[in-house]
Design a protein around this ligand. Structure first.
Ligand code: FAD
Length: 392
């Protein structure tokens, strides 16, 4: 297995870097560095710049706007995006519903939804979790009953990220209660402006109001908006969750965070905020994180190399999710530790935004608690690893 980059890969990396340097608006870059929360308008603006370059949905099939890149080039692209401080597009559009419609949608659904999804003319939200059906997702109860050419929906979803912005939701609903709970689940696309939908915000620990409950009260959804066959929704959901988890390690992002921590270490050492013992302790912690990050990167590259040779990467997605999110959280702990009393004495950073990102340390620490919960909690991923990798 060859883990080296080829000359072609290096040229590709430079092309991506050059493009991002010119295309990423400066205000977005600065706000990303400061860990400012980006709103819908910011994400849409950036995704449309990327879509004009035909790079908004590179992992989709080429006939639907994807790029004929190798798995290695896709990896390089993700890494360069993070290193350039470029925002990620809407994961619901790019990594979740887009690939499902590409693979399982009808021609009419592809024509109607794919171009609008790539350009975020439609903002999607994910209606999977329910009270009592998170880790045990197959326990969903929201019911859909046929009535002529429609289904009629009643029930509730929870933790629906950005439902308040969404034009459409992709949802799992129950159409049959008779067999195993994984059977009888159907995958529907529904217009969020349909009468009978109520959205109620859930306040969260990071102060950002992005989570919601969504209630359905006799909501009509045309049967034409069903993905694939009735009762086969669990298969389509598994395909979607595989895509959701594989990008979740976000190694490029962690690398970028680590280099910010390294810069902070130099600044704090230079201005004497940390004494020699504190600096030594910090350096040891950073070295530990760096070693783990390098090991994770090599694991990711092994997956990429296996993928390039046609091998399956599914069982590795859980490992990458657990380790990747643990490292992301470790970085936020270190940043919060450093930003405490030391933040007040920080000298201006060379790009002038150090004070901003010190101020953002606590909200960032709180917001990143979520990464070990969503996309399937880390405890559940460990169960999957125990079964599929360790064969316990
Ligand atoms: C910020 C955020 C955004 C989210 N966005 C969305 C969204 O847009 N759409 C959507 O559909 N969902 C979303 N979710 C929901 C998310 O998928 C669920 O929270 C997650 O699957 C866990 O389910 P739960 O919250 O019901 O917890 P539970 O399933 O009740 O789990 C509670 C705890 O028990 C542990 N646990 C449960 N079962 C086991 C087991 N068998 N073995 C070991 N440990 C176990 C879990 O790991 C967890 O620590 C979001 C969640 C968060 C935090």
């Amino acid at each position: 297995m060859n883990l080296d980059f080829t000359d072609e890969d290096r040229t590709f990396r430079q092309d991506v870097r050059d493009f991002l340097l010119g295309a990423l608006p400066d205000d977005l870059r600065r706000r990303m560095i400061a860990r400012d929360h980006l709103g819908k308008d910011d994400i849409v603006r950036w995704q449309r710049i990327m879509n004009a370059k035909e790079w908004a949905v590179p992992a989709w099939p080429v006939e639907h706007g994807g790029q004929p890149w190798t798995p290695t080039q896709r990896y390089i692209f993700q890494e360069e995006m993070a290193l350039a401080h470029a925002p990620e597009g809407s994961p619901f559009n790019v990594n979740m519903i887009g690939p499902v419609i590409c693979k399982f949608g009808t021609d009419a659904q592809k024509a109607r939804f794919l171009p609008a999804t790539a350009n975020i003319d439609i903002w999607w939200c994910q209606g999977f979790s329910e009270p009592g059906a998170g880790s045990d997702l197959a326990a969903i109860k929201t019911g859909a009953v046929r009535d002529g050419d429609d289904y009629i929906l009643n029930g509730q979803k929870i933790w629906t990220t950005q439902a308040q912005h969404a034009d459409w939701m992709f949802a799992l609903v129950r159409t049959d209660n008779s067999g195993r709970k994984q059977q009888g689940i159907t995958f529907l696309l529904l217009d969020m402006h349909t009468p009978g939908i109520t959205i109620r915000p859930i306040p969260s620990i990071d102060g950002i109001s992005d989570l919601n409950e969504v209630f359905f009260d006799d909501v009509r959804v045309p049967i034409a908006n069903r993905i694939g066959e009735e009762g086969k929704g669990w298969d389509y959901a598994k395909h979607l969750l595989g895509h959701e988890r594989s990008g979740i390690a976000r190694i490029g992002l962690s690398k970028e965070r680590l280099s910010q921590l390294r810069r902070l270490e130099v600044d704090l050492g230079a201005c004497g905020v940390l004494d020699a013992r504190e600096l030594a302790r910090l350096r040891r912690k950073l070295a530990e994180v760096e070693v783990e990050l390098r090991a994770l990167e090599l694991t990711q590259l092994r997956v990429v190399a296996a993928d390039a040779q046609g091998g399956g990467a599914n069982s590795a997605a859980s490992i990458l999710k657990v380790k990747g999110t643990e490292l992301q959280q470790r970085m936020t702990e270190l940043i919060a530790e450093l930003a405490g009393p030391a933040g007040l004495a920080m000298p201006e950073h060379d790009d002038g935004d150090a004070a901003d990102w010190i101020a953002a340390a606590a909200p960032y620490y709180f917001t990143m608690r979520k990464v070990s919960i969503f996309g399937g909690s880390n405890e559940i991923q460990k169960n999957i690893i125990a079964k599929t990798v360790l064969r316990l």
